[in-house]
Write a protein that binds this ligand. Sequence first.
Ligand code: SER
Length: 320
Amino acid sequence: MTKILVIGSAGQIGSELTLKLRGLYGNNNVIAGVMELKAAEKLDGEGPLEIVDVLDRQGLVTVVRKHGIDSIINMAAILSATGEKNPMLAWDVNMNGLINVLEVAREFKMKQVLVPSSIAVFGPSSPADHTPQETILKPATIYGITKVAGELLGDYYVKRYGLDVRGLRYPGIISHMTLPGGGATDYAVEIYYEAVKNKRYTCFVNKDTRLPMMYMPDCLKSTIDLMQADFSRLDHHCDYNVGAMSFSAGELAASVKKYIPEFEITYSPDSRQAIADSWPNSVDDSLAREEWGWEPDYDLDSMTRDMLRAIGERHDKGLI
Ligand code: SER
């Protein structure tokens, strides 16, 4: 029987992933790990909940023992923009947190650890279009540096200790249940909320900024497909490129305008522009497609329709 601990269960991806995994494996087999109780409202009553601070190894061990955890998904991380404001915090959470997870997983001989990586592993010297799986990794952000080191560390635990560690390089993730926290791709979520609420948005990157993006249902699908892939078929472990769509901020605005014609956008780039500029326009994910059958379902317009529907419903009910 699998018992999965999701660390960072109240976050943008963690909140939806926890619920999805509970649907697949049973409520009691997926333990939500959150930093504080009030952050976990969406998960309340659905299954076990524990306070887990990824920096507290002993606390992690206690939760692992209590529930007989055999797999950990570590979604706790400081993202790119927040990381630039506090590089030491990013290093601490993203590296020391990861070491704690890997060491506890090793000690308890766990079945699997999943640690996401990001397009932030790439930098200005990586090829910008159709960025290959294997290429120059010289990121310009502390977040990217921790993600490169995290990929290498995960691969090291596979080789050195035979631990099953897996990870994928998420592009910007767009969703409507939980807001992202402190990334350079947050504009691609904010635009939908502002379009529904105010019919206008001031975007913090310029019109031509093009980045790889993915809608949450595809993010969950890619994560679960990789988790369930046969280990013997995986040539790589912690660094799979996964793509879904690639669009500029201007194209995103045009997609919103198709459904909300009165929507207006202005551009006022801030410090996040430089982060976005250092990342690829699109990625080559052929290895994920070959090794574990990755295939996305959503494109820009199908995502826009679904985002506007979901956010519109909540707005009509006065919830946002
Ligand atoms: N969405 C993330 C960020 O902007 C990228 O992994 O930091």
